[in-house]
Write a protein that binds this ligand. Structure first.
Ligand code: KG4
Ligand code: ZN
Length: 339
């Protein structure tokens, strides 16, 4: 079964053809990073306008690289939330038009479900049940994935998302947007123990995270010592990154213990972070967990993960959505609270 996945929820226009929910025949991403960089973050109106320009060429390219035409496809999948309303609508309208013109069934996919299922494009992928830690620019949530389509939120951030913290701290340090990769790179030369930045919500088995205090702490450090350069900059990056990776992995292991999970999957842009990947492997194996990390390219936004989630939705018999609408605040799964 061939599914075309279309993703326009934020600042990447992406499309991909995936076979049987496992093999990406193409994976085309047009990023708007350079456009938004000069504003220090994503400007919604600019995002929508650029999706309009890019979406058809990106889809054409995805079909060409996969060596197929629309008539060879079996279904269409599009991100219908969460994300920027105007940006989502661009992908959605194109997907609906394609569905109408070709008669292909169409499903709306939750962007976070896409992230959670991205691991299926890796050669070795676990089957549910597993815990999925989704860490992106807008979300930091731990999901209990009992089956595809059945998700429960075990924990989430009470303020900033982990990626948001990377982006805001990068801005404080005068680094380009998005800040995750530049901090990751600089941190490799730094000492993670140089500054003891705070870890919030440490006590009493709380699973939730909080990153705004950490961000304020970096701000105070900069106010006190000035914007660091050279080795001092690398040390701030490494110490900040250590605080984020430490908090994420501690709660991941704690969450797994609480629900008796054996397998954990990381996903979302921040899952590309080298320190987080190492620490998740280390602490996961100490706790007897199997840790799955998608290749970096599959961590950040892409169309292939949307095609995978679409394929699983088709398999579950989710009906074709001729009347799909964008849901900018669509929450995945219900919440459960563990002590
Ligand atoms: O999943 P994603 O591509 O888009 C959203 O759905 O938000 O995630 C983007 C986020 C940004 O905040 C970016 O700074 C962060 O992922 N990111 C990283 C790294 N690469 C991307 N954060 C830490 N380390 C990285 N290597
Ligand atoms: Zn994302």
């Amino acid at each position: 079964m061939l599914v075309l996945g279309i993703e326009t929820s934020c600042d990447e226009t992406a499309a991909s053809v995936v076979r049987d929910g496992r093999v990406a025949l193409s994976d085309v991403i047009s990023t708007q990073m350079d456009i938004h960089r000069r504003w220090g973050g994503v400007v919604p109106e600019l995002a929508s306008r650029n999706h309009v320009l890019q979406v058809m060429p990106v889809i054409d390219e995805a079909l060409t690289r996969a060596g197929v035409t629309l008539s060879a496809l079996d279904g269409l999948a599009v991100t219908s939330g969460p994300g920027l309303q105007g940006a989502l609508l661009v992908g959605l309208q194109v997907a609906k038009a394609l569905s109408l013109a070709t008669g292909l069934p169409l499903v709306g996919v939750n962007h976070l479900e896409g992230h959670l299922l991205a691991i299926r494009l890796a050669p070795e992928a676990p089957e549910p049940p597993f815990l999925g830690l989704c860490v992106s620019g807008g979300h930091t949530t731990l999901y209990d994935v009992q089956a595809y389509g059945t998700y429960q939120r075990l924990a989430t951030t009470r303020d900033d998302a982990a990626g948001e913290a990377f982006d805001k701290v990068a801005r404080l340090l005068g680094l380009p947007y998005p800040g995750g990769q530049p901090i990751d790179t600089l941190a490799q030369q730094g000492d993670p123990k140089a500054i003891n930045f705070p870890r919030a919500l440490r006590g009493d088995g709380v699973l939730d995270w909080s990153f705004s205090g950490l961000k304020t702490s970096v701000l105070q450090h900069v106010q006190l010592h000035g914007v660091p350069t050279g080795q001092a900059l690398a040390d701030v990056c490494a110490s900040f990154q250590e605080a984020v990776a430490d908090a994420l992995t501690k709660k991941l292991v704690l969450g797994a213990k609480k629900v008796g999970a054996k397998t954990v999957v990381l996903c979302g842009g921040v899952a590309a972070n080298s320190r987080l990947r190492t620490l998740a492997q280390e602490r996961g194996s100490e706790a007897g967990l199997e840790v799955y990390l998608p290749p970096r390219r599959l961590c950040t936004d892409n169309g292939a993960m949307i095609a995978v989630a679409g394929y699983e939705a088709f398999k579950r018999g989710v009906p074709s959505g001729a009347f799909l609408t964008a849901d900018a605040a669509w929450r995945l799964g219900g919440a459960v609270h563990h002590g």
